[in-house]
Ligand binder design. Sequence first.
Ligand code: C5P
Length: 220
Amino acid sequence: MTTVCLIVAAGMGERAGDGGPKQYRVLGGKPLLRWSAERLAAHPRIDRVHVVIGDGQRKAYDEACGDLALGEPVIGGSSRQESVLRGLETVEGAANVLIHDAARPFISADMVDRLLSALETHDGAVPALPVVDSLRTGSTRIEGEVARDGLNRVQTPQAFHYLPLLGAHRAASPGATDDAAVARAAGLSVAMAPGDEDLFKLTYAEDFQRAERMIAGRGF
Ligand code: C5P
């Protein structure tokens, strides 16, 4: 049974500042993308990893990951969802697929195992953590309250049986921020596995500083 991983890395990552796509910015001495590419390619239950890259990013990709044993990179689209679909279209024959954001470098082997185990009973599985802060709407002053009970933050990688996810993406309307939303819109069952605080997404410049502190403190 073939398990393929797609790392989506075709965004511009402009919120991280500093010019250039954030996935090629150096973190702890290597490009951000390389952190998850190395870890996922080394996982014994993942047969192949492909990175979905932006048009015009091939040189940056080769410099970041050219020496790793990865599948051919795929050119992404103008939205995350389009990038995932383009990746899915190129990996036919897979039984399972994991979709991971390049912006989440600290993926553990245990997390991958938890997700793949959940696929034994569900169409898909995502890492999720309960919301612990109080939630308020508004921008400069509070406009309203939202009950946090039953709310979860979901992360990547997100794991799915390949063919149902491909069908879901082909039928999807634009706008989904993750694959679980696309899968659920198509009626698939998606399990939640315990997530990992270390798996946070690097979005802003401060997130890079936090990640650098983690690397320095723990010797990753
Ligand atoms: O913008 P956001 O942080 O939600 O992007 C999540 C992931 O999706 C990133 O790894 C980004 O590179 C990827 N992405 C993509 N193609 C796009 C937009 C985002 O592969 N057109």
